[in-house]
Design a protein around this ligand. Structure first.
Ligand code: ZN
Length: 314
């Protein structure tokens, strides 16, 4: 091994002794059984939910269905994201479910609280409740569906500050300002996401869907500096980009802040993983993207996830 490859290896695998097959899906949506069973009723309650789940082909799944898909694909852990409900009461209902799931499958899931940031102090109180009950972060915020902008500081500052105080990550939906439209795309711009990261540099921010293309601007040194604490997930890649995006973004900014995420049940993990592995990324980079980065993000001591322990559950 040349000295250069040793240096590269050390830079990328500074995290010790991680199993090579650790896979974490960092972007999954699970809903309470009553939402799955009464989709039309909940569509009548929330305009954004109504748009995203208008088509009967847009599946809604419970945590058990997520778990079955994970087991089929050898996925050890998943970030179980909430939904961007407009009504804080629906966020609370969703969080009650995620808290219950988190308690039943602590080794497999990292639950993220659903929040309506427009609720102000009540949203912060709900975040504190959810984190105290075991959830690991907040999101996926959906500003376009929930009626605020990502760079509206009166709305975002209290949430960002609370998450910084707890040292927990925030997942935010971001979309491409160009290209085709699709249900749920919205207009959450990479520019607004960059502003949020700039304003709260110690917030661990996860920008979903490749941050709407923001990583390409990390070729600008000052933008890269602003985004030093920002992660990107690959949710819905199949519908948005050529898979070469994994290689290209890893080249631009390194593999340490990229998270494999599918947006399950929108995309199934099996085919996604096959396409990702077919890219022949350097093994340390692939391992970082597949699971090490996500595990580190929610569990500094790598105590999560654990597949074997969870197999005895349920
Ligand atoms: Zn999203």
């Amino acid at each position: 091994m040349s000295s250069q490859s040793i240096a590269t290896w050390a830079a990328v695998t500074w995290w010790p002794a991680t199993p090579s097959d650790l896979i974490v899906d960092a972007h999954v949506h699970a809903f309470p059984p009553e939402v799955v069973a009464r989709r039309e009723y909940f569509r009548s309650l929330d305009p954004h939910f109504a748009v995203l789940y208008a088509s009967p082909r847009a599946r809604l799944v419970t945590a058990e269905e997520v778990l079955a898909a994970m087991d089929r694909s050898g996925i050890a852990g998943a970030f179980l994201l909430g939904f961007g409900w407009s009504d804080p009461a629906l966020c609370r209902m969703h969080n009650d479910y995620l808290i219950d799931v988190q308690a039943r499958y602590p080794d497999r899931f990292a639950g993220f609280a659903a929040l309506q940031p427009r609720a102000g102090a009540a949203a912060v109180a709900e975040l504190n409740r959810a984190l105290a009950a075991g959830l690991r972060g907040a999101g996926e915020l959906m500003p376009h569906g929930q009626g605020y902008r990502l760079d509206d500081w009166t709305v975002l500052d209290p949430i960002a500050e609370a998450l910084i105080a707890h040292d927990r990550p925030l997942v935010v939906h971001v979309s491409e300002p160009v290209g085709h439209s699709y249900p749920g795309k919205g207009d959450v711009s990479p520019a607004a996401a960059w502003q949020l990261a700039r304003r709260h540099p110690s917030l661990r921010l996860v920008l979903a869907h490749w941050g709407g293309g923001l990583p390409f601007y990390e070729l600008m040194p000052e933008v890269a500096a602003d985004l030093a604490n920002t992660y990107y997930d690959s949710a819905a890649t199949t519908f948005l980009y050529r898979f070469e995006i994994f290689r290209i973004v890893a080249e631009i900014r390194g593999g340490e802040r990229l998270l494999f995420g599918t947006d399950f049940p929108l995309l199934r993990p099996g085919p996604f993983l096959r396409r990702l592995r077919a890219l022949d990324l350097p093994p340390p980079v692939l391992r970082a993207i597949l699971g090490e980065n996500a595990a580190r993000l929610v569990s500094g001591d790598r105590s999560w996830p654990r597949m074997r322990g969870a197999a005895q559950e349920g």
